[in-house]
Design a protein around this ligand. Sequence first.
Ligand SMILES: NC(=O)c1ccc[n+]([C@@H]2O[C@H](COP(=O)([O-])OP(=O)(O)OC[C@H]3O[C@@H](n4cnc5c(N)ncnc54)[C@H](O)[C@@H]3O)[C@@H](O)[C@H]2O)c1
Length: 319
Amino acid sequence: MIKVAFVGCGGIQAVHQKNVSKLDRVKIVGHCDILPDRAEARAAQYGGEAFTEFEAMYDKAKPHAVFIAVPPYAHVGMEEAAAQRGIHLFIEKPIAIDYDMAKRIAAAIQSAKIVCSVAYCFRYYDTVALARKILKGKAVSLITGTWNGGMPGVWWWRQMDKSGGQIVEQTTHMFDLARYLCGDVAEVHSVASTGCMTKVENFDVHDSSVVSLRMKSGAISSFTSSCVANNGAHVGLQIITPEATMRFQGGKLTVIEDGRTTEYSSKVDMYAEESRVFIDAVRSGKKNKIRSSYADALKTFLVTWAANESIRTGMPVKP
Ligand SMILES: NC(=O)c1ccc[n+]([C@@H]2O[C@H](COP(=O)([O-])OP(=O)(O)OC[C@H]3O[C@@H](n4cnc5c(N)ncnc54)[C@H](O)[C@@H]3O)[C@@H](O)[C@H]2O)c1
């Protein structure tokens, strides 16, 4: 029986709690949130005890694994405290709010030799696995990614020192997918706009941004992000090779080659799959099915961090 606990009982954690509760030979033992009502409500729904302090939960409920889903600024020691106790970690993206925080957590995880999975959930789509197969051996020329939508409702999202802004918090999924499918990033150059959200209180993130990447392979890429796109939201990734153009949106992969367009729909619930793979890895001790380790997620974080640095300085930045 794998004993599981949760730190943060907000929006996305509800998805993880539901998925974990459906897995065999798993017992939910604890829920922690600084807002006691939230932890208590989840304990009433899924069983286990409610806590407001993660260390108290680790020591009393003694979980084998913990799911961490707190805002980027709030990674205040829960990973290190778990790693010190040999508790395995599932961590929501983005992994941190700044480089020092991410490096500190990475070191704790590495020395504890625990299983750790970062929730870059798109990697778990079967269509992404197919895209990787199709891309094998092909030279990629251009990658374009988009995360254009409205502003998320959670209070912390609109504050740069709490969320890191849209590039770090949201478009990170598309940067990560580009890395997963097309390799690492050599250089980042970005610009951003402000001024359309003056009526929103406490708003100091960018309204929109454009990020150019030079990939280590020689390919180039461009990512747009906007949180003012209240109409016509669009999230997706396109990869162009001489042999094929591939478009990825909402789990659906479209491949255009030799004048033919083929659409592949995903048969996988990415959230259910990432939880299942993590719990299986905790049970077996084998990490090879985990698609995003902390060390790999750190590379994606550094790309998004470099994008913000480039906006600030006006200069290209190496991640
Ligand atoms: N992978 C995805 O598709 C996806 C989707 C949504 C959110 N997320 C990520 O998940 C994280 C959480 O997002 P959310 O939308 O669930 O936010 P949320 O605000 O709904 O929930 C966060 C919860 O964490 C709690 N919290 C804050 N500090 C804490 C602490 N020190 N100890 C315990 N609890 C604490 C808050 O009280 C809140 O209940 C973010 O990093 C976000 O980027 C990922």
